[in-house]
Design a binder for this molecule. Structure first.
Ligand code: MG
Ligand code: FE
Length: 170
C-alpha cells in the first residue's frame, strides 16, 4: 500500500475517533447532571469527562501535525454508539444500571477503536501519533476496568435504594 493510502486511512480513523470522543461527552455529560445517589459514579464520570477533553485535544494535535486542521473535522454520529447512548437515556427506575452497561460497552468500543488506530499509525510510521493514541487507550482501559469493578457495588446500592423506597432516583 502506498504511503498516501495509509495516510488517508489514518486521517479517516482519527476523524472517526474525534467523533467518537465527542459522542462520549454527549453520553457522559447528561448522566452526570442527573446522578444524585451515586456520588462515586458521578465523580468518576467527571474525571473521565476531563480526560475525554484531553483525548480530543490529543487527536486534534495529531491531525494538525498531519496538516489536517480543525476545519477538516466534521463529526458524524456513529450508529452503534448512538444506540448505546439511546439505551442510557430511557427514563426508568433502573437508569443507573442501563447507563452502567452502556458506559462499559462504550469504553470497550473506544478500546477497540484505539487498538486498531495504533496499528494503522505504526504501519504508516506515525510514531508521535501512536504515542498520543496509546495515552488515550490507557485512559479508556482504566475507565472500562473501573466500570467493570464497580458494577457489583452500583447494583447493590440500586437494590438498597429500592428497598428504602427511592424508586426512580438515579
Ligand atoms: Mg475516550
Ligand atoms: Fe472513554
Amino acid at each position: 500500500m502506498s504511503d498516501n493510502e495509509t495516510r488517508e486511512i489514518f486521517i479517516t480513523g482519527l476523524k472517526n475517533a474525534h467523533a467518537m470522543e465527542n459522542q462520549a461527552l454527549s453520553i457522559m455529560k447528561p448522566q452526570v447532571k442527573r446522578i444524585e445517589n451515586y456520588p462515586d459514579v458521578a465523580a468518576k464520570l467527571e474525571q473521565h469527562i476531563t480526560e475525554t477533553e484531553g483525548q480530543i485535544a490529543r487527536i486534534e494535535e495529531i491531525l494538525s501535525g498531519l496538516d489536517e486542521g480543525h476545519s477538516a473535522l466534521k463529526d458524524i454520529a456513529l450508529s452503534f454508539t448512538g444506540t448505546m447512548a439511546a439505551m442510557g437515556h430511557t427514563v426508568a427506575g433502573d437508569e443507573i444500571l442501563k447507563n452502567s452497561f452502556a458506559n462499559f460497552a462504550f469504553e470497550n468500543f473506544e478500546i477497540a477503536a484505539y487498538n486498531s488506530l495504533i496499528v494503522i499509525a505504526e504501519a504508516g510510521g506515525y510514531n508521535a501519533g501512536s504515542n498520543g493514541l496509546k495515552a488515550n487507550l490507557a485512559e479508556e482501559k482504566a475507565m472500562a476496568f473501573w466500570l467493570e469493578q464497580n458494577l457489583a457495588a452500583v447494583t447493590e446500592r440500586f437494590l438498597s435504594l429500592r428497598e428504602a423506597g427511592e424508586e426512580a432516583k438515579v
